[in-house]
Ligand binder design. Sequence first.
Ligand SMILES: NC(=O)c1ccc[n+]([C@@H]2O[C@H](COP(=O)([O-])OP(=O)(O)OC[C@H]3O[C@@H](n4cnc5c(N)ncnc54)[C@H](O)[C@@H]3O)[C@@H](O)[C@H]2O)c1
Length: 304
Amino acid sequence: MRTDVYPSAGRGATNVTELHPPQGDDARGTAGTGGGASPGVPVRDIPQATVTRLATYLRVLGGLADAGTLIVSSEELATASGVGSAKLRKDLSFLGPNGVRGVGYDVLRLQARIENALGLDQGHRVVLVGVGNLGRALARYPGFDRRGFTMAGLFDSDPSIVGTRVGELTIRHVDGLESGARELGATIGVVATPGDAAQQVCDVLVRSGVRSVLSFAPTPLDVPEHVEVRRVDLAVEMQVLSFNSARNDELAHASGDGRPAGMGQPCGPRSTAVKATSAPHRASSGKSGPLGPAVTRNGSVIAP
Ligand SMILES: NC(=O)c1ccc[n+]([C@@H]2O[C@H](COP(=O)([O-])OP(=O)(O)OC[C@H]3O[C@@H](n4cnc5c(N)ncnc54)[C@H](O)[C@@H]3O)[C@@H](O)[C@H]2O)c1
């Protein structure tokens, strides 16, 4: 890790987070990149854990809106999001008055309110650097667009793929990243290069004016104070799943249902995801499909 360039940031700095950061409600959110017009608490004061759940509510609301559902109760929305309804009401209270007691939430209105708080209402233009196995898969994913993220530019250093197309986009050489990202109006940079190239790529993104970086590289990144970095590590996610599975076994053992404690059944029917999938909670919109993915007890949404 370099520490010379941005001495006030870097690993452990408050603006560098791992995917699924500690869920403590004390951590203040980072939703202040946009929005802020909600008549509730200023977005900078929304706890990070709430910000994460707001993104989940937004996904569920999107499914409801697609299915033509107009109103959803807090219980339905909470169940579909995998949280308790009290927590959901508390989360939504940060956005100001929402919903009508005994009636529910206006789906489109709440969607717009959350988008505003998360800074999504203007949309984001994304440049992706490193169009290898992972980058290519991300570049092809159609789901970003409908959630407000437009894949605007692809960059790589490999001359054998520069000039080739992925979907609608032509891969550009990374030498043109700084001017290209600026010209494309990129607000988010995705780093999918090998670790040894990630810092250099990140520096160029920062110089181009990008203020949010999502990195899949296994190395920590140093960034100036005004830049937000999130690092995604699927191995960490699987370690969390592994831990939860072991904990569930222990709880089952302690409650005497006869199942052995320990990690002996990682794929068994007690896995959180399988259990949630086998008995998914659906909002009673009268339609079976609008909520799409099944939801785990702890709030993660399992994509279909
Ligand atoms: N976080 C996770 O869960 C996770 C999962 C898979 C992969 N990864 C990481 O994602 C990264 C990409 O993995 P992959 O399997 O797609 O690798 P890959 O080798 O298939 O692709 C890497 C791409 O980056 C390009 N590249 C290399 N140096 C570059 C530079 N300086 N500028 C621009 N482009 C450059 C290469 O030409 C290649 O196209 C790796 O760092 C890998 O460790 C993370």
